[in-house]
Design a protein around this ligand. Structure first.
Ligand SMILES: [Zn+2]
Length: 993
């Protein structure tokens, strides 16, 4: 079929069920009536001119609907399952936990009687005409994107949550319609009507991101990779629509919207749909998020699939080359040069095989064309040595008629049910394609890029190996180069001595190129700026925060500050004035907000912003020491020089996608009423108890949950509840920088936010207060987050209680080379997964003096606050900072080294020492904490022997037996976190006090 008919069939498939079906079914109206017939009539006027075409289209739509339903729904015995009166019993199910929720309050508020009229009006407005005729492509895109946006105020979020099937309400009508339209397009586009699944990935990922000299490089690397994935997906969207991408979920993501706006035109975009990427000119703008994973799953016409994959490879590489050339132009302009010279050839060579692209394609026909006939599919699975009963034993038996349920017949299965098997085969094929990594065959010469060490650096004159010029000249004899010129003009693009290759140059220039692209395409954003937070600014923010929130006396009145402080202030202010062109550094958002809110004038804000800049501007060590001393006098505590980095990674993502992690049974997918109705049917038990197979909607649910976490919730938590800065966050991967006093709190908050749960038996109020931030902004509950914004509430569905995440964190000195810190960070994350056995954390303290401490612990959310090792760390830190003498931890670590790892022994020693060192008589809390510490220490030795490990660099020869290593690490880490000036010596007043 020609292109138009792909869009026609997609559009008809998208309207085959009215969105409000769940709400009107109970009134007995057939769902073909109402909205659907009205819309069909509208489109039919154009289509009916060619009667035969309409018939063909309707056949495609019907088949697409059947297959989509078979892929996403659980099969019910014919005539059983009862009717669910949804408006009376509006129950939906979390697809990743099986937990049931009532939409009762939403339904009560909704104008249900008027819903058909509202729905029709809503969609009518989205029909786009061109010269008086329906523009099929644009209309489909508008329906897909804006259909789920609420048509009326009172309908609110009910509209977007309406289930596709009220009897198995674990996926929405929108997911069903999208899948049906994806099938319809893929069927209509193929001469034989056969769809195919395509899995594609881009690399390298870790190595590419890790080649970074600054936080900005890290951001640019991950943002570029995410963009490359989008450039690949974009080509699929252009030809087959964004619904064809089954994973990740694209609707509402910033880049997809950005593309849609261009395709639809501004006059078509509804004025009341204003996502934050259109309005936010700070770098919280979602366009700055590296939102996409490096792989996608698409449903496309079988005959187009190979060609499409090859075209994507060519096009993403062309995109990289074009951007690289733009980066070079930027550099030339900065350097005041005009000729590209040899660098043009270098660019072409170095981008020739970048990125690596891998794909696998599987045509749906291996599972049959009209009826399920999956011998071929099972043969493929056998070849890979994987399970051929891809639906599990019970479902497989039912499907093939081996279970005879007395008097009960199931519907004949269509190939749609084979999705789990096809996906399994696709993963296996894709995995083996990646093993055959092609050899690039490109040779690089001369001195290599100072960032990656792999490729030649870009040179206008590449030089000569014999005469040792250009890239062949040793660093000291290079003379004037493109890079030396750039580094004199723009330090952000190249530091002194840096010489970069094509890809590293692109990474360096990417922040500029991307901002230019955004503001050109969408000028309303104004001066969109990505602000760069230095490690130094993050470190010092701890001192500023503590000074501001806990200092006694009248800090608002600058002139009247006591004399020592006053002198220090004078010194600092004069110093700031004496450095010409000293500009304030960016501060963490939360600190900035607090400063704004606390001080009426900008003076204090300005002063604080200039502190890190002043330290950086110091010319000598003695000058730096002098500034530091004055800061100490001013703050009343040593200025903070350490900061934290956090790397979060969801556990076992592959297993989640394969459906091996969510412990959901078939029966968990049914509405209570339906389950009641079929539960007693004889012979159905194995079926009901069987594990749920994966489905496209299940994959979408994972992707949406990860999108909610990484694009929305994680940013809010990191930057508004804690003094952190999200460097990148996409899918289940997150990297954040944070002030050292907020590090343990943020780690705990991110772990809980990932799943949308709290440690058991804890309420939100207490949880957030315990972490040292304000309660009431975010509530985590049952796999969801309820976010309270100024004017409204937002509900995000997250991964749920069965999903876990591991976190590696490092505390480092702000002057430690970033490369080394990142290596430690990755090692910490690895320790959390291996030593901690996942669902764990590892916190590494890299001391300036060279010592390193690793603390590995379990989150153990199922054991409540008192059972989590992170809570223990936080509580011990607070104890050392507030209630006992600071020597306690040192005395104890010596003592416990000689003790047997028995809880009673440890507890009595801990209690004795802490009580002895206590500042007050009150000891109830101390006793309780000592008990928890001792129990945990004994348990770790017995239950998690891997967590207990020796420090790698303990001096050789000192082979003394040391006991209780884990407890020792915990005490030392807590002690480090409790150091003077790091956290307040008074109890937190719950954040914003
Ligand atoms: Zn490089």
């Amino acid at each position: 079929m020609p292109q138009t008919e792909i869009w026609q069939s997609k559009l008809l498939a998208y309207i085959h069920d009215p969105a409000e079906k769940a709400l009107i079914l109970l009134r007995g109206a057939a769902h073909e009536a109402g909205t659907v017939s009205a819309l069909k009539e509208l489109f039919g006027q154009e289509l009916s001119q060619i009667r035969s075409r309409l018939v063909a289209l309707e056949q495609v739509v019907k088949k697409a609907d059947w297959w989509a339903a078979a892929a996403d729904r659980v099969s019910l015995p014919k005539g059983r399952g009862g009717q669910v009166a949804f408006a009376a019993e509006p129950q939906i199910i979390h697809p990743l936990t099986g937990e049931k929720f009532s939409l009762r309050p939403l339904v009560d508020d909704a104008p249900v009687e008027a819903i058909e009229a509202l729905s029709l009006h809503h969609f009518r407005q989205l029909v786009i005409l061109h010269n008086g005729e329906v523009d099929w492509r644009k209309t489909f895109l508008a329906f897909w994107r804006f259909g789920p946006e609420t048509p009326a105020k009172g309908l609110g979020s009910l509209w977007s949550q309406l289930p596709a099937d009220t009897r198995t309400p674990d996926h929405t009508i929108w997911e069903h319609l999208s899948l049906a339209s994806a099938f319809a397009g893929a069927m209509a586009g193929d001469p034989e009507g056969i769809p195919a699944l395509m899995l594609m990935s881009f690399g390298p990922v870790q190595d590419f991101i890790a080649q970074a000299r600054s936080v900005s490089d890290l951001w640019a690397g991950s943002h570029l990779l995410s963009r490359i994935a989008w450039e690949g997906m974009r080509l699929v969207c252009e030809d087959y629509g964004p619904d064809s991408i089954l994973f990740p979920q694209l609707r509402g993501t910033a880049l997809t919207d950005f593309w849609l706006l261009e395709r639809l035109g501004r006059n078509v975009w509804p004025s009341d749909v204003k996502p934050s990427w259109m309005t936010d000119s700070t770098d919280s703008n979602p366009l700055f998020a590296a939102a996409f994973p490096n792989r996608f799953l698409a449903l496309v016409p079988k005959s187009h699939a190979q060609g499409l994959a090859a075209r994507i490879q060519t096009e993403v590489r062309r995109w990289v080359r074009t951007q690289s050339e733009a980066a070079l132009e930027e550099l030339l302009q900065v350097a005041g040069l005009s000729e590209r010279g040899d660098s043009q050839n270098q660019i072409e060579r170095q981008t020739k095989n970048f990125p690596e692209v891998y794909w696998a394609i599987i045509p749906w026909e291996v599972a049959g064309r009209d009826h399920l006939d999956d011998d071929q599919l099972r043969e493929i699975l056998r070849t890979f040595g994987t399970e051929t009963q891809y639906l599990g034993e019970a479902l497989d038996a039912l499907l093939r008629g081996r279970i005879l349920v007395e008097g009960v017949e199931f519907y004949a299965p269509n190939p749609g049910v084979a999705f789990p098997g096809l996906y399994q085969a696709l993963e296996a094929t894709h995995g083996s394609a990646k093993m055959l990594r092609p050899f690039s065959g490109v040779t690089e010469e001369g001195y290599r890029c100072t960032l990656c060490g792999e490729r030649e650096w870009l040179a206008i004159g590449r030089g000569d190996p014999i005469e040792r010029t250009g890239i062949f000249a040793p660093p000291q004899q290079r003379g004037e180069t493109l890079w030396s010129l750039v580094s004199k003009k723009a330090q952000a693009l190249a530091k002194e001595g840096e010489h970069l290759c094509t890809l590293c140059a692109l990474k360096r220039c990417w922040p500029r190129l991307f901002v230019k692209e955004c503001t050109k395409a969408f000028p309303e954003l104004g001066r969109l700026d990505r602000f760069v937070l230095s490690t130094h600014a993050v470190a010092i923010s701890t001192s500023i925060w503590q000074y501001m929130t806990h200092e006694d006396g009248d800090r608002r009145d600058l002139p009247e500050i006591t004399s020592k402080k006053g002198k220090a202030l004078n010194y600092l202010q004069e110093k700031m004035e004496s450095v010409s062109g000293l500009r304030g550094a960016a501060l963490p958002k939360r600190l900035y907000g607090k400063l704004r809110q606390t001080f009426a004038s900008d003076d204090m804000l300005d002063f604080c912003k200039k502190i890190p800049a002043l330290m950086d501007a110091a010319q000598s060590d003695s000058e730096r020491d002098e500034i530091r001393q004055n800061l100490q006098d001013y703050f009343g505590a040593r200025p903070e020089t350490y900061y934290g980095l956090i790397l979060l990674d969801g556990d076992q993502m592959g297993a989640w996608l394969a459906g091996d992690r969510a412990p959901i049974r078939v029966q968990d997918r049914f509405h209570d009423t339906t389950l009641e109705n079929i539960r007693s049917l004889p012979g159905l038990q194995p079926y009901l108890a069987a594990r749920r197979p994966v489905s496209p909607a299940y994959h979408q649910a994972i992707s949406s949950a990860l999108n909610c976490f990484s694009n929305k919730l994680a940013r809010l938590v990191t930057e508004e509840l804690f003094m952190g800065k999200l460097i990148y966050s996409g899918g289940d991967d997150l990297l954040a920088m944070v002030a050292v006093h907020d590090l343990p709190g943020l780690m705990f908050a991110l772990r809980c936010s990932y799943s949308g749960v709290l440690p058991v038996l804890l309420d939100n109020q207490v949880f957030w207060k315990n972490l040292g931030t304000e309660p009431g902004r975010v509530e985590l509950l049952k796999g969801h987050a309820l976010v309270h914004k100024a004017s409204r509430k937002e509900l995000y569905r997250l991964m749920g209680e069965h999903a876990t995440a591991s976190i590696g964190a490092v505390i480092a000195h702000h002057q430690a080379p970033l490369g080394r810190v990142l290596t430690s960070l990755r090692e910490a994350e690895n320790r959390a997964k291996t030593l901690g056995g996942r669902d764990a954390f590892c916190l590494t303290v890299m001391k300036r003096s060279g010592g390193t401490e690793h603390l590995v612990g379990k989150w153990a959310l199922d054991r409540g606050w008192s059972g989590s090792h992170m809570a223990l760390l936080i509580d011990v830190r607070n104890l050392i900072a507030r209630d006992v003498s600071r020597r306690s931890a040192y005395i104890l670590t010596d003592l416990i080294a000689a003790l047997p790892p028995q809880a009673e022994v440890l507890e009595s020693v801990l209690r004795y020492q802490f009580r002895r060192q206590a500042k007050s008589e009150e000891s109830l809390e101390i006793d309780e904490l000592c008990n928890r510490l001792a129990q945990a220490a004994q348990e770790v030795q017995g239950k998690h022997p891997k967590i207990v490990h020796k420090e790698p660099q303990s001096p050789a020869g000192t082979k003394e037996e040391t006991q209780n290593l884990w407890l020792r690490s915990l005490l030392l880490t807590a002690d480090f976190l409790a150091r003077e000036g790091r956290i307040s010596n008074k109890a937190e007043k719950g954040g914003d006090s």
